[in-house]
Design a protein around this ligand. Structure first.
Ligand code: ADP
Length: 642
């Protein structure tokens, strides 16, 4: 017995207790005596007794209950029960409670000592066994933890790497190391030949690995591909996987993705008596999942790379400029045509805000005001003389894309055409004026018969039409040439009322209803009053012209955040979607314009030019057969240009 062993005696004072104490001391053991339950509780907390002897009663409590309670808390503590007299029923209870021994008077010292020593030995053996078991399960836990660590590290390296070769080699290496296998390999299915080829291996001869091929139809690995289920075996005699490839133990697990098996991960032992466990198979399945993720990552990356390259090639080769921007208008993609348009060369503009490095005013106005409309077209004239038709389209959750189509040559042709028309119109005006003058003189120089008067009237109407056309053409030429730069303070509402008064007759003739919605206190704007009147006039005349009798025309005028908004809506014949993009072009008349309705096809071209000269916008919304609405938006705070 060791000198630090305490024997705890939970007994009330008695001659037996004295005897026990003396005997224990003589045997070199330190007895600690407690006389009531509280004392027992304290002693259990403070010392670590080797044996507890508890008597039948302690204070007011049953010794057996105290012993049971103590054993619940300290299952390895040997407890000897001391009965005041031998009672066979009590012996049974003591044994059932799991106590170590049962003593009763008369006490024989050698028997007591023997009982204590036996109890202590038993407890020591139990303690040793428990410690051994704990060590054993801790060792297997440690092995599991180290497996888990290896798996976690592997999953990290898979997530961080796009190099499929190194990831798959790591997976196979981990499979070999974690299962303590001799060799391992990863086979992938070649869809075209339905063969399995070796994509990664460990402890395989390089040459073998390169030439290794297994048919799906007649191989164990092929069976895994076909069934999607793992296979494992351990045999006394080697199994032939392939000619000259004999193994005693093997685990094959499938690499499955979306219900499809794309390959097999395998480990094997070529020497006898080295088998794999279920835990090994489980680890292999986890590793197979890692490999599948890595393969899918690599395939998706390759697919997106190839899509990106395709897109790059398309963008690099198309003639139109393309700029893709995020929601903060920072450049994500810009193609060579767009770089070329703005003379950007190779400068690093990706990630920069577009307005930081493109100074052009037309461009800035377009990009900054693009939020108002979902789709926007604008002509951009660059300082180098080139002109682009630009389209700005917001893209949900990305930002926006801007395309630039060069129209410099079209603009030049348009200019040539305008110059030509202008010259001709100018040259025609004088002879035409004299034709009209002489026709008016005709009936003054002699009487005309009824038929001659008819003819003269026809000539007059035609000559006036030609004059109108020529005036429109000359007007357009002047507006386009920018000869109307002079601007004044204009009260748009007043001009509108004046124009409406002049049209009253025509409206009444057609029994049309006209509704006004003119906001009070409209701001004064800077503009050319004559030209703005032309805008109002052309739109109102069209509304009256293209709305049948008894139709309704609504005119509204309001101001919103430094803008004057003028709208003319009618219940007329409408404009087809096919005609709508062209009606602002010169000489364009829609298909459904009645031939009896006179017109030059220049009115809206004039409206557009004037509005744009005032930095405004005009657009049409129309439903065929239902009606048309023209909207003009003009800035009311346009700076003075003198
Ligand atoms: P026009 O002298 O022919 O009226 P415009 O340039 O003013 O020429 O208009 C061009 C064409 O647009 C017209 O010929 C007509 O087809 C169509 N259009 C213009 N305004 C309206 C409208 N309010 N309703 C229907 N069609 C219209």
């Amino acid at each position: 017995m060791s000198s630090i062993d305490y024997i705890l005696l939970a007994m009330e004072p008695s001659s037996t207790l004295d005897l026990l104490e003396r005997a224990l001391r003589a045997a070199g053991v330190v007895p600690v005596v407690v006389k009531d339950p509280d004392g027992l509780e304290r002693a259990l907390r403070e010392i670590n007794p080797a044996v507890l002897v508890v008597s039948e009663r302690l204070g007011d409590q049953s010794g057996l209950d105290l012993a049971k309670h103590t054993l619940d808390r300290f299952p390895t503590l040997p407890i000897i029960f001391y009965a005041f007299k031998h009672d066979p029923d009590q012996v049974i209870q003591v044994m059932r409670a799991g106590l170590s021994d049962y003593l009763f008077p008369p006490l024989k010292i050698n028997l007591i000592m023997q009982s204590i020593v036996d109890s202590q030995n038993r407890a020591r053996k139990t303690g040793d066994w428990v410690r051994r078991e704990v060590k054993r399960s801790t060792a297997s836990l440690e092995a599991r933890v180290s497996d888990m660590e290896a798996l976690v590290n592997l999953s990290r390296s898979i997530a961080a790497s796009l190099d499929l070769d190194s990831v798959l080699t790591s997976v196979v290496t981990a499979a070999v190391e974690l299962t303590s296998a001799e060799e391992g390999h990863l086979l992938l299915l070649d869809e075209s030949t339905q063969d399995l080829y070796m994509r990664a291996s460990r402890n395989f001869d390089d040459q073998d690995a390169h030439t290794f091929r297994l048919p799906v139809n007649d191989s164990l690995a092929g069976q895994v591909i076909q069934t999607g289920k793992p296979i494992s075996f351990c045999q006394d005699s080697p199994n032939k996987i392939k000619t000259s490839f004999l193994v005693y133990a093997l685990v094959y697990v499938p690499l499955s993705y979306n219900g499809q098996v794309i390959g097999v991960l395998g480990v094997d032992n070529r020497s006898p008596k080295r088998s794999f466990t279920q835990h090994d198979e489980l680890l292999m399945s986890v590793l197979a999942d890692f490999a599948t993720i890595a393969i899918q990552n690599a395939r998706s990356y390759a697919a997106s790379e190839s899509e990106r390259e395709k897109l790059q090639t398309i963008l690099a080769n198309i003639q139109d400029g393309v700029i893709l921007m995020d929601q903060e208008k920072r450049v994500l993609i810009i193609n060579p045509a767009a770089r070329n348009a703005f003379d950007l060369g190779d400068s690093d503009v990706i990630g920069k805000r577009i307005t930081e490095f493109i100074e052009n005013t037309d461009f800035k106005v377009m990009v900054n005001s693009a939020l108002d409309l979902p789709l926007k077209n604008q002509e951009i004239s660059l300082e180098n003389g080139r002109v682009y038709n630009s389209q700005y389209t917001p893209i949900h959750a990305i930002g926006s894309v801007l395309t630039l189509e060069e129209i410099t040559h079209l603009k030049m042709m348009d200019q040539l055409k305008s110059d030509f028309v202008h010259t001709i119109s100018h040259d025609l005006r004088s002879p035409l004026t004299s034709i009209i003058g002489y026709i008016e003189l005709l009936d003054r120089v002699g009487p005309l018969n009824q038929q001659q008067k008819e003819f003269v009237k026809h000539v007059q109407v035609s000559a006036h039409s030609i004059t109108e056309l020529i005036n429109d053409l000359l007007d357009l030429g002047r507006i386009e040439a920018g000869f109307d730069a002079m601007k004044d303070d204009v009260a748009f509402g007043t001009i509108l009322r004046y124009t409406l008064d002049n049209l009253q007759h025509q409206i009444e003739d057609k029994h049309q209803e006209i509704i006004f919605d003119i906001a009070p206190d409209l701001p004064v704007m800077r503009g050319n009053p004559l030209r703005l009147r032309q805008v109002i006039d052309n739109l109102l005349v069209n509304a009256v012209k293209y709305t049948p009798e008894n139709g309704r025309i609504k005119v509204s005028l309001r101001s919103e955040s430094n803008q004057i908004i003028f709208e003319v809506a009618d219940t007329g014949i409408g404009i087809s979607p096919a005609d709508q993009p062209h009606i602002f072009e010169k000489f364009y008349r829609a298909n459904n314009a009645p031939s009896s309705t006179r017109g030059t096809g220049l009115g809206l071209a004039i409206v557009k030019s004037i509005v744009e000269n005032h930095s405004g916008r005009v657009w049409v919304e129309s439903v065929l057969g239902r009606g048309t609405k023209f909207t003009v938006v003009l800035p009311s705070n346009l700076p003075t240009v003198e």
